[in-house]
Design a protein around this ligand. Structure first.
Ligand code: GDP
Ligand code: MG
Length: 440
């Protein structure tokens, strides 16, 4: 969703970095381009204007210009401002502690309410909670059936009373939940094509009757600025507790996601990223900001890598990683290449995702040596297919490398985790990653 914006920003920052020393004018020019990029991504114009102003003030007013890497610093300021724009910290949902906890879902027709109801039910079921999906959309004939089918597919109980008003259905659902040890009641309310007074009144009444712990608005990220305006109208009337951005997996330009928090003042709590019921994620402002900016400090890592690493080999490696064909042979080669670049600890810190995950863990060069000794004690066959390494092979490798079997096991486990990480990165569509860069 943010590819176009990412690419534009990347170009702006490349220019900034290339400029060597920066002047106020460099920064102003760059910020004009950032603003243009935001507007093209369909970010609300006021949000874009304020954003650029805030970045500019920080970049020009401090010692940034005199610092060693002013371009890098400006990118960091943009990153931090993006995180702020998206809400700062991740805001979790109200915990499902009191029985029953009530989540009320609202939004326009087609925004993804019923789907979200199913997703929340599944998420909580997986945490051993007992959810109840409530069909309170009585206007669309198929709506009740749709909810029932979803509920059945995940083996969750659903609730509906034929011929009653949505207000009554919701009220009765909560009563039912109290008697039946339900942990979480999820109210799937009706939508309309547009915000109208009748709908708002109905939602207000339901809210007053059931006093939900969360009143979530589902905003369709594909609808761009409309989603922002709708969210504002809902929030003004209903005082919602959180926004769920749906269809973030789509190919819209992302402006809604970037503007909604600032315009409504309401936190984005969840991101819905697909039609499947498992495709729901907590919304993390910092992760999205890093993604939009092409992942943290990655550019400087690339620059460093380009100086020391054979680019052709690097590209080949990246292809392998993306296909999850990365084996111990590659691993060894990588470590040797990377060693040429400098202390491992510094390098790890620059890698998206890895830097944070490794925080507080120091990398001992001795451990790396041990790791390499183990890999070097493997046969080529074993390196290519670590699954071959059974008990007796482990023993041989341990003896050969002067380690315990336990240490060998540990490395094998770490390697498996890493492969899983590469797999996940692959799923994340690692487009922000410049060509020829290996993620470690
Ligand atoms: N790609 C994608 N499709 C979604 C997502 N959430 C919902 N949908 C689809 O959007 C359509 C409308 O969803 P629905 O839950 O029925 O919307 P409602 O009218 O608000 O209840 C359905 O086809 C869903 O499968 C999402 O996060 N990503
Ligand atoms: Mg629905």
């Amino acid at each position: 969703m943010f590819d176009a914006l990412s690419n534009r920003l990347e170009l702006v920052f490349k220019k900034l970095r290339g400029a060597g020393r920066l002047s106020e004018k460099n920064i102003k020019d760059a910020m004009r381009e950032v603003r243009q990029a935001l507007l093209e991504a369909d970010v609300n114009y006021k949000v874009a204007r304020d954003f650029v102003k805030a970045v500019e003030a920080k970049a020009v007013g401090s010692d940034v210009l005199k610092s060693i890497e002013p371009g890098q610093q400006v990118v960091k300021i943009v990153h931090d401002e993006l995180v702020t724009l998206l809400g700062g910290k991740a805001e979790p949902l109200a915990p499902v502690t009191k029985t029953p906890t009530v989540y009320m879902i609202c939004g326009l027709q087609g925004s993804g309410k019923t789907t979200l109801t199913g997703k929340l039910a599944l998420m909580n079921k997986r945490k051993s909670k007992k959810p109840l999906m409530v069909a309170a959309d009585i206007y669309r004939p198929a709506a009740v059936k749709q909810l029932k089918v979803l509920a059945d597919s995940i083996d969750v109980e659903h609730f509906h009373i034929e011929g009653k008003s949505p207000q009554k259905i919701c009220q009765e659902a909560v009563k039912y939940a109290e008697k039946n040890f339900i942990d979480l009641v999820i109210l799937d309310t009706a939508g309309r094509l547009h915000v109208d007074d009748e709908l708002m009144k109905e939602l207000e009444e339901i809210k007053d009757l059931v006093k939900p712990d969360e009143l979530l608005l589902v905003a369709d990220a594909m609808t761009g600025q409309d989603a922002v305006n709708i969210a504002k109208e809902f929030h003004d009337r209903l005082d919602i507790t959180g926004v769920v951005l749906s269809k973030l997996d789509g190919d819209a330009r992302g402006g809604a996601a970037l503007s909604i928090r600032q315009v409504t003042g309401c936190p984005i709590k969840l991101a819905s990223v697909g039609e499947k019921l498992s495709e729901l994620e907590p919304f993390h402002p910092d992760r999205l900001a890093s993604r939009i900016l092409g992942m943290g400090d990655i550019v400087s890592l690339v620059e460093k890598a380009q100086d020391t690493i054979d680019m052709e080999a690097a590209e080949k490696m990246q292809k392998k990683i993306l296909k999850a064909q990365f084996d111990f042979e590659d691993f060894l080669e990588q470590i040797q290449q990377i060693r040429k670049m400098g202390p491992l600890e510094n390098l790890m810190g620059m890698i998206p995702g890895v830097g944070k995950a490794m925080k507080g863990i120091s990398i001992d060069e001795k451990d790396v040596n041990r790791m390499m000794a183990i890999v070097q004690s493997m046969t080529t066959e074993e390196r290519r297919n670590p699954r071959l390494i059974d008990g007796s092979r482990k023993k041989r490798i341990a003896v050969g490398s002067g380690n315990s079997v336990q240490t060998v096991n540990q490395l094998l486990k770490q390697f498996a985790t890493m492969q899983k990480m590469f797999n996940n990165m692959n799923k994340m569509k690692f487009k922000g990653m410049p060509k020829g860069l290996m993620p470690f």
